[in-house]
Structure formats: structure tokens, C-alpha cells
Design a protein around this ligand. Structure first.
Ligand SMILES: NC(=O)c1ccc[n+]([C@@H]2O[C@H](COP(=O)([O-])OP(=O)(O)OC[C@H]3O[C@@H](n4cnc5c(N)ncnc54)[C@H](OP(=O)(O)O)[C@@H]3O)[C@@H](O)[C@H]2O)c1
Length: 305
């Protein structure tokens, strides 16, 4: 069942005024690092989600920045989140910490959106998955690479029989924190699992490069797929259409070099950060945080309707 994009689409003035009158949903962000601080900044700008509690741990230096942005902060991590009785929790800490966070929150009336590659929840990308987010309480956003390639691979799988998929991502070193570096194995495993589940390919390969080059390179994902029965025209039109749908929440999303030759399909996805205070090369942060806020706002709008 396709995701109900209507609930994610821009709302009419009347609907917006009505929804602005309803109380915003309360939010919390676990982790005050590269991802968590950008996410908090995006939530502060949301019409349907409240300024988040940002919960880190003792010594988390990003908490000072969150406080300067106007967020309530805590060094007590998940304990502070439980005490705050929020509606939506975003986990931007680490893949190791996430299972304990879900264990604590599973019996609370809360939606948990996991931005770490721990792969515990229902995997979702806004333009791909077919379900109404409000029926799920534990969402996994897979990874930044997953958010970049799954929309394209969903179209590829609809218009061919996929045998093999290779995804090679490049991120700038300056756009990732220590937890991302520590979670590289989880990134490869979770992204590969999501690609296999979506495409039914017998074999998948995910490779990741962290580039220290200067100037910092843009976030990029190179897709190669081997497939039978390719409907070339439908595939190309479908990719153009889904790229436009992703741009509705991540405006720097582009699919270039889309090609079909024999049984080989190739595409390059680049994401430039256009929102918030991120440098343009940090599209990896933008694509997953923009997806998280889009899904949360869709959930909030359905709750507030
Ligand atoms: N950066 C990206 O492009 C990106 C994209 C998609 C997904 N991710 C995933 O998102 C996660 C965070 O990445 P990042 O780049 O933001 O890393 P980061 O800069 O190291 O941020 C992680 C933050 O979480 C805090 N933390 C760790 N365990 C915690 C716990 N149990 N409770 C509360 N806070 C905790 C850390 O505290 P300290 O400051 O004390 O260490 C740090 O502030 C990783 O799992 C990564 O794989 C990252």
C-alpha cells in the first residue's frame, strides 16, 4: 500500500491555521551530536512539533549548543526522556544505545523514530513505504544511504526483476560524528538488508567511503543494479517522479547519470544540504533529518486532525 503522500503534502492556508491552533506534539532528541543538533534546529521551525528536549549524557558538548538554541537539555539521556512524557522521540545517539532506548520506551505512549542504523524498528522512507505511520510506534530510518537510494531502487524493483544491487556511498568526513564512524558496520549491514528486502535481489553489496578530501565532497550514492525484464521508459519516468517527490522535503536531492544498458541500470544520487545551517556537502545529515521531520509532522497532523 503506498504511503499516503497527501498527508505529507503542503497544507492549505485554512488547514494550516486550524492545525496551528491545535497544541504541538512534544518531542525529544536523544543525542546531541552532528545529527541531533541539526534535528533539534529543524524541530524548532516546525508548525506541528514543539521545541525538543535534547537529552545527551554527561560531557556531551553539543548540549551547550542545544541550550543556546532554546532547547531544554539534560545529561540523563533516556531517563530524562521518560520523565518528560513526550509524544515523539528521535534517537540520534548510536546503534549500540538504541535497543536499550526502545526497551525503555516500548510500554510508553510514544512514537520512537530511530535514526541510528540499529535496524530494530519498521524500516521506512517517506516516498517508499506503504503504511500509515501512525499505526507504527517504532520506525527505523535505515541510514542516510538508505534514504538516498531506496526511493530509486523501489522504482527499479517495480520495473524489472532485480538480481544484484551495489550501492557505494561517499560522505565528507566533516559531516559525521564519532558515533557514525563507530557504526559503519551497522550502516553497511542495515542498508544492505533494507535494499535486499525492497528489491528481492539475491545479492547486494554496500560500500561506504568517508572522504577527508578538501574541499569536502558532496554526499553521493552510486547505484548499480543487474536486472532482467527492464521496462526502460517506465523506470526512467518513475525515477524522475520519485526524485521530485523526495525534493518536496529534501530540496537538494538529485538523481543524475541514470542509465540502462543491457541488463545494467546505473544511477547517481547526490544530496546537497539546503536547509538549516548545514554546509552544502552535509546532504547525508539533511536527507535523514528531513525524512524524520516529514514523517513526524505527518504523524502529528494526523493526531491533531
Ligand atoms: N552523521 C550522519 O550523516 C548520519 C546519518 C544517518 C545516521 N547517522 C547515525 O546517527 C547516529 C549519530 O551520528 P552522529 O554523526 O550525530 O554522531 P555523534 O556526533 O557522535 O553524535 C552522537 C551523540 O549521541 C550521544 N550519545 C551516545 N550515546 C548516548 C546515550 N546512550 N544517550 C544519550 N546520548 C548519547 C553522544 O554523546 P557524547 O557527545 O557524550 O559522545 C553524541 O552527542 C549514529 O548512529 C549514526 O550512524 C548519522
Amino acid at each position: 500500500m503506498p504511503l499516503d503522500l497527501a498527508r505529507l503534502a503542503p497544507r492549505t492556508t485554512a488547514a494550516r491555521e486550524e492545525s496551528n491552533a491545535a497544541p504541538k506534539l512534544r518531542t525529544a532528541v536523544l543525542g546531541a551530536g552532528m545529527l541531533g543538533i541539526d534535528l533539534a534546529r529543524r524541530l524548532i521551525g516546525s508548525a506541528s512539533l514543539d521545541t525538543p528536549l535534547v537529552a545527551g549524557r554527561e560531557g556531551s558538548s553539543g548540549l551547550r549548543q542545544a541550550a543556546r538554541m532554546g532547547c531544554v537539555i539534560s545529561t540523563s539521556g533516556i531517563r530524562a526522556v521518560l520523565d518528560a512524557h513526550v509524544d515523539i522521540v528521535f534517537d540520534a545517539s548510536s546503534a549500540e544505545a538504541h535497543p536499550a532506548h526502545w526497551a525503555e520506551l516500548a510500554s510508553a505512549d510514544v512514537m520512537l523514530i530511530d535514526l541510528t542504523p540499529s535496524s530494530g524498528g519498521t524500516m521506512v522512507a517517506p516516498t517508499v513505504n506503504g503504511f500509515r505511520v501512525e499505526t507504527h510506534r517504532h520506525l527505523s530510518l535505515v541510514s542516510c544511504g538508505g534514504q538516498a537510494v531506496l526511493p530509486v531502487l523501489n522504482v527499479v524493483a517495480k520495473h524489472s526483476t532485480v538480481n544484484y544491487v551495489e550501492v557505494v556511498t561517499t560522505v565528507a568526513s566533516a559531516s559525521i560524528g564519532p558515533a557514525t564512524r563507530n557504526n559503519l558496520d551497522e550502516y553497511v549491514a542495515t542498508t544492505g538488508y533494507a535494499v535486499r528486502r525492497l528489491t528481492d535481489a539475491a545479492t547486494t553489496k554496500v560500500l561506504a567511503t568517508i572522504s577527508p578530501a578538501l574541499p569536502a565532497p558532496a554526499f553521493r550514492a552510486q547505484i548499480t543494479a543487474l536486472a532482467d525484464g527492464i521496462n526502460r521508459d517506465a523506470l526512467i519516468a518513475g525515477v524522475e517522479s520519485v526524485a521530485s517527490a523526495v525534493r518536496a522535503f529534501a530540496p537538494g536531492y538529485e538523481v543524475t547519470a541514470l542509465g540502462v544498458s543491457g541488463d545494467r541500470i546505473t544511477a547517481t544520487v547526490t544530496v546537497a544540504a539546503r536547509g538549516g545551517c548545514l554546509p552544502a556537502f552535509a546532504g547525508n545529515v539533511e536527507i535523514i533529518n528531513a525524512a524524520a521531520v516529514t514523517l513526524a509532522e505527518g504523524y502529528a497532523n494526523s493526531r491533531r486532525a
